[in-house]
Design a protein around this ligand. Sequence first.
Ligand SMILES: [Zn+2]
Ligand SMILES: [Zn+2]
Length: 647
Amino acid sequence: MIKITLPDGSVREYAQGVTGMDIALSISEGLARNVLAAKVNGKVVDASLPINEDSDFQLLTWNDTDGKQTFWHSSAHLMAEAIEALYPGTKFGIGPAIETGFYYDIDMGDKTLSSEDFKKIEDKMVELARQKNEYQRSPISKAEAIEYFTEKGDEYKLELIDGLEDGSITFYSQGNFTDLCRGPHIPNTSFIKAIKLMSVAGAYWRGDISRKQMTRVYAVTFPKQKELDEYLHLLEEAKRRDHRKLGKELELFAFSEKVGMGLPLWLPKGTMLRERLEGFLRKAQVRAGYSPVVTPHIASKELYVTSGHYAKYGQDSFQPIHTPDENEEFFLKPMNCPHHCEIYKVKPRSYRDLPLRLAEFGTVYRYEQSGELHGLTRVRGFTQDDAHIFCRPDQVEEEFMKVIDLVLYVFKALGFENYSAQVSLRDPENKEKYIGRDEDWERAEAAIIRSAEIKGLPTVVELGEAAFYGPKLDFMVKDALGRKWQLGTIQVDYQLPQRFELEYTGSDNQKHRPVMIHRAPFGSLERFVAILIENTAGNFPLWLSPDQLAVLPISEKYEDYANDLFLRLQEQDLRGYIDHRDEKIGRKIRDAEVSKIPFMLIVGEKESAEGKVSVRKKGEGDLGMMTIEEFIQLAQEEINKNLARIS
Ligand SMILES: [Zn+2]
Ligand SMILES: [Zn+2]
């Protein structure tokens, strides 16, 4: 008998050679029907693999990431089977699962695969899946494996086999298809119920541009049609909300090749949005005891030699700037921290001065390969909502709690209700990898965990994920489509205070080293605005909307009334525009809708005669006629409702 320990800690005894499927059946038949694979002592294996020793054991279903990955990789074999049946002679490279779905790299000789072939392949996959063919594992000798693929004429598989050790090689077969594979796989093909080929792309064999370009076929599968439908709907919705598309349509930002790739130009409306975000955080930070500072966009090489950034990133960053006469060497600022350390050093600090919280909307420049650039989320120049807190070791916990408060305040104000945190700690087995005193680490790590707990943050703790210079806490938010984004970070740093020899005089009159905390609730304004656009689909809360209203005169006869009205609204700090164009009112309304204007104020004969406006609200439609005072009150209530959530 062997002992099987389940995830809940309970231990069951089974005969040696028991399989994951046997264990599932012994628990419940319903469970067994959903089992895709098993995890034995941390390793994912076929549910049919015999277990021969005492083991930690977990069943994997569609609800587990490893279960999904096994499902998708098995689907790659099914797709290969279908392609081979339809296009005999196709050769196969590799077919892994990816984050969502899977791909297979194939070589079809002269044939080029296009989206017109997708339906045929999908249908064939459905047909083969219904045959409920088992994925059968068979260990095979290297010689036999070579013989099989030599006969088949697949040089890609032969090259892969060449790199494997005899005795470690396995084949998997389902139906009429056999593949070289380490596994694991799902029990049989009938689990795969919904299938969609997504796209084809070129991919060099083994990622080597000197090798043959193969065809990479991307696809996704699900155990239920409904799940595929939902997935495709989310993709459509994500496309509709893509910040690059909306940024252009709403005239928020642009890129110019002349200015340079990855260097965003903020247009007037985008700037309005950005300045409101900045103003909002600036105000919150002053209340939280931060002191704003401003530092230059370039700094002498010496600064980054001291900070260590030169040794670490010097080669990968933008290259230095040399002055013409004195031949000084400057770098574009990749980080604000070294500058803030120099601000700390302008005068002696005592324990009573701490914490010192220096905040800066600091623009930094980092070189990214042009292929890596993506809208506002991957750029070469961006503005961090940065701050550095210099404090005593005994203040770390309190400062952490204050930063968490500030970050959650920001999230709530901007409608991110679904957030969690990851705490990254030292690898306890490998303490010598990290700089700083052991007792400081222990204290800071405990403080981070405690403050996250006190603040009720759903938290995962990851051992060994800390930077060598300190533990940290990262915030993750889920957007309206359920996608996860990493936002703000709080990072403890023992290194920079040491490198810059920062000190304060303690109550004991001795010199001590302060702890530095880096933090940025938005991360960067660019990335944050991108996420905000995608989360709201461009329907910003009224207080943030670049244009809050549009005044739409029905004809030029009502221009004067429209002008007077607009002035009165501006006096109340409401912003927007008058549509003076000689267009039909229907067209003006449609255009305002496309621009996602929260309020449309339509003025014609009746409105001007009675001193009123007809109001249309985005998402709600016609609100009828009202006096100007009534409208102002309505708009202000809406703004206050937004802001009440955060006060
Ligand atoms: Zn496989
Ligand atoms: Zn920093």
